[in-house]
Design a protein around this ligand. Structure first.
Ligand code: THU
Length: 126
């Protein structure tokens, strides 16, 4: 699957975002080592701290299906800045696949690509 294919899936996933508070839909498409793709979107809550990001929704879907090795994640957001995973999502993903690629979009469709360890050096583990 090309980067563009995965980014398209992330854009489609954003259509299900539940965002009555921020009005900022995010979609994620997570590609596992075996090629399976899980989608996620952000799901907000009136208790704002209970909001779950798109990336963590996708990772939880994969792990709860028994898949823990990830190749790439595409994160779709249409802000003026690239929609980078938040700190909690970086920590959550690095638990499973530090070398995975992270593709992030911004308005207009441009995207950047990093490895997760570039985004999260010296991460916590024990
Ligand atoms: N959000 C994500 O879904 N992923 C991120 O990595 C950063 C932020 C969501 C959370 C919230 O619903 C909205 O973006 C605005 O913060």
């Amino acid at each position: 699957m090309t980067d563009k294919d995965l980014l398209t899936k992330a854009r489609e996933a954003a259509q299900n975002a539940y965002v009555p508070y921020s009005h900022f839909p995010v979609g994620a498409a997570l590609e596992c080592e075996d090629g399976t793709v899980y989608l996620g979107c952000n799901v907000e809550n009136a208790a704002l701290g209970s909001t779950i990001c798109a990336e963590r929704v996708a990772v939880c879907k994969a792990v709860s299906d028994g898949r823990m090795k990830f190749k790439r994640i595409a994160v779709h957001g249409e802000g003026e800045n690239y929609c980078m995973p938040c700190g909690a999502c970086r920590q959550f993903m690095i638990e499973f696949s530090p070398d995975m690629e992270v593709l992030c979009t911004k308005a207009g469709g441009r995207y950047v690509s990093y490895t997760l360890s570039q985004l999260m050096p010296y991460s916590f583990s024990y």
